[in-house]
Design a protein around this ligand. Structure first.
Ligand code: ADP
Ligand code: MG
Length: 678
């Protein structure tokens, strides 16, 4: 076995207990550990001798433990451990609060590195709760002021991770072989992988950290782009697509709709139709803010497929959404003799078989479903169009699996996630983009207010008034069950509280992800039909749910949500002609939180919101690849490292040109790596 694949618990000094904690950080093997990169670095500046320490300044120094540690208990719930650290120039007293367990580790004569703020007391120099690291001479000599800070978990200190990482590097360093082609390394002046890994963890200098980081960011983007390219190539090898002709009936269908298409929808429908009429497969992304009316655009495309004698499929990320699409499709299409089927995980075996059979014989023209659609055993008679709704919830793989069920079908992906065009082009490089850039007419702006929880009574009072007027409402809570880690109120609890107290007498329903699918369906149906007035829910309603009579949303613990997510949630109201409201209950006093809520109050434009979120929280939140169904990036950042991304993209394009079918035969190690990563 490759040493890198070894279980982390077998690294000397780790063992099952620490391994358990490391597992929580998704670190299972030696390799995972090495690829557990620092989230930040602390520049501990110049290392001083004890005699040079300046009170009030945060510094680092080396020394040795002198004598025994002394433990005292000045108060009931407080213990102190004190000891002396010396170097050849002086001594400092080290004090830790409530860390008596350190006693075992404090042995006279041990070399240590201390980092913290020095205070002057009447007895001399003192440091309280510093970062303390045991160290040997050799390490000390190689040390500079830059210290990594790792993502950690409760029970695992920075010092412990640091030590594990240091041992790890020593153990595996020699076994890491370079996997990037020489040519590429030279051309882009990349450093060797060994240097990169060593210096990303324990940089020799700011400069070597930079060099290491560049290499790792570069390769991460390289794998991402090559992987994406490979998927794309796999599916467009033979480029011949299915021509879906212009047919009579489309106009008639569009006229039969209960509303007139907006100009934006009309434009996008035309773009899609043009694609479908060509003999190369369509590959198009429809981007449109929540409520812009993407579904109908999809339905028109499906209609076109069916009147040409072919099948269509539409995949949604949740059962609730799939069910809802199923209902609207049936509603609009059955008058035209089009047979729509629903395929979700919760069907009984016989129901499922019936649907599968209908898909295979072609008796079902359009099938709507969840991930169930991409399972084995789903065979289409003649699939010509594949649509994925809320694309950002799916992996690239899943999208392409569905595509592979047809013979080069046309592909339409829909997303409400607003991303800047430059990024969209890179992320969805293979896709043409259509944008539905305005909402249907008559929508009233959703009035949004941020309030603290001491206003809950008034808020729910107001909500009751809406219900009295015949409207419905959502209450969104972040968690299902009470969790110690996050003190958010659970949906279950809130539903109880509302139905027994604040909204007594009204019909309150509960919806969360852990409920059996059948129950979810029933609740959703009851809400749609108005039999439930208030739906208390977790974020399962975040995507797509459409109940126009719902005009009010209360979000509990709104501070816990990303703005983009709040925006998606808020999109559940404001779908009908009545004035809608969104109340964000913000329990955080932080300025950033207040600023974020203020943005939500001010605008309903998804693009503006995502940009502001980016400004306030940094790119991690929004431009995470997970959002777009791509593998998680460990070090590269789509936003921060855009210029590296562009370089890589150009490189990947030239690799693709030379190696047309992307066999990567020239780069066997690289090839294996990409196959493993995606
Ligand atoms: P999203 O883009 O978020 O998926 P939907 O497709 O669910 O939005 O549409 C939101 C609501 O707007 C639905 O109730 C739909 O029937 C309605 N709608 C869509 N297009 C129009 C239109 N042109 N005029 C009026 N209402 C429309
Ligand atoms: Mg939608």
């Amino acid at each position: 076995m490759d040493i890198l694949d070894r279980d982390i618990q077998y690294l000397k000094g780790v063992g099952p207990k620490k391994a358990y904690l490391l597992n929580k950080l998704n670190i299972k093997t030696f390799k995972d550990m090495i690829w557990h990169f620092p989230r930040d670095y602390e520049d501990r500046g110049n290392i001083r001798k004890i005699a040079q320490l300046i009170p009030g300044e945060k510094t680092t120094f080396y020394g040795y433990i002198y004598g025994e540690a002394e433990i005292s208990k000045p108060k009931k719930n407080m213990s102190l451990i004190k000891f002396i650290v010396k170097d050849e120039t002086g001594q400092v007293e080290i004090v830790f609060f409530n860390k008596v367990y350190l006693k075992k580790a404090i042995t006279s004569g041990q070399r240590v590195m201390i980092n913290g703020e020095v205070k002057k007391t009447f007895k001399g120099m003192q440091i309280v709760n510093p970062v303390l690291e045991k160290i040997n001479q050799e390490e000390e000599e190689g040390r500079h002021g830059i210290v990594p800070i790792y993502p950690s978990t409760e029970g695992l200190s920075q010092n412990e991770i640091l030590k594990i990482q240091r041992d790890m590097i020593r153990v595996v360093k020699e076994s890491i072989v370079e996997y990037l082609p020489d040519e590429l390394i030279k051309k882009h002046k990349l450093c060797h992988i060994q240097f990169a890994l060593e210096n990303i963890h324990f940089p020799n200098s700011v400069k070597s950290l930079k060099i290491a980081k560049y290499r790792l960011v570069f390769e991460e983007f390289l794998f991402l782009q090559l992987g994406l390219l490979k998927i794309k190539k796999d599916h467009t090898k033979e480029k011949e697509g299915i021509v879906l002709k212009k047919k009579e009936g489309i106009e008639e269908f569009i006229e039969s709709l209960p509303f007139t298409l907006t100009a934006a929808q009309d434009k996008v429908v035309k773009e899609i139709c043009q694609d479908l009429e060509r003999d190369i497969p369509m590959n198009r992304l429809v981007q449109g803010d929540v409520g812009s009316g993407k579904t109908i655009v999809a339905i028109i495309a499906l209609f076109k497929a069916v009147i040409n004698g072919y099948q269509g499929a539409m995949m949604a990320p949740t059962e609730i959404l799939a069910e809802q699409h199923y209902l609207s499709l049936t509603d609009l299409l059955s008058p035209f003799g089009i047979h729509v089927g629903l395929l979700v995980g919760s069907l009984s075996k016989s129901e499922k078989n019936k649907i599968l059979n209908g898909i295979e014989t072609g008796e079902i023209n359009i099938v709507v479903g969840t991930h169930a659609l991409i399972q084995e055993g789903v065979n289409f008679a003649n699939l010509s169009l594949v649509i994925t709704d809320e694309q950002h919830r799916f992996g690239v793989r899943q999208r392409s699996t569905l595509t592979s069920k047809g013979n080069n079908p046309h592909v339409l992906v829909m997303t409400a996630t607003p991303i800047p065009r430059t990024l969209a082009l890179i992320l969805y490089g293979d896709l043409d983009i259509s944008i539905i850039d305005h909402l249907p007419p008559g929508r009233k702006c959703i009035k949004t207010y941020s309030r603290t929880s001491n206003k809950r009574k008034e808020i729910y009072n107001f909500l009751g008034k809406q219900l009295d007027e015949g409207r419905q409402a959502y209450v969104v809570c972040p968690l299902v069950e009470e969790s110690e880690a996050i003190d958010a109120q659970s949906a279950t609890e809130i539903a109880e509280e509302l139905s027994c107290d604040l909204l007594k007498g009204y019909k309150v329903g509960l919806l969360h992800g852990k409920m059996p699918p059948k129950d979810k369906e029933e609740i959703m149906k009851a809400f749609k039909e108005g039999n439930i007035q208030v739906l208390v829910s977790t974020t399962v309603i975040e995507v797509g749910v459409n109940v126009p009579n719902a005009t009010m949303m209360v979000v509990e613990n709104a501070e816990r949500f990303g703005l983009a997510q709040l925006h998606q949630l808020r999109g559940r109201v404001g779908r009908g002609s009545h004035q809608s409201y969104c109340i964000l209950i913000n329990n955080s006093k932080s300025e950033i939180s207040k600023a974020r809520m203020a943005i939500m109050e001010k605008t309903t434009d998804g693009f503006v919101i995502s940009e502001k979120d980016l400004e306030l929280r940094g790119p991690g939140e929004f431009f995470g690849t997970r959002q777009h169904g791509l593998p998680e990036l460990k070090i590269a950042n789509l936003f921060k490292h855009l210029s590296v991304l562009k370089t890589v993209q150009a490189e990947v394009e030239s690799i693709a040109e030379e190696d047309f079918s992307l066999t990567l035969d020239k780069y066997p190690i690289l090839k294996r790596k990409i196959e493993l990563e995606l």
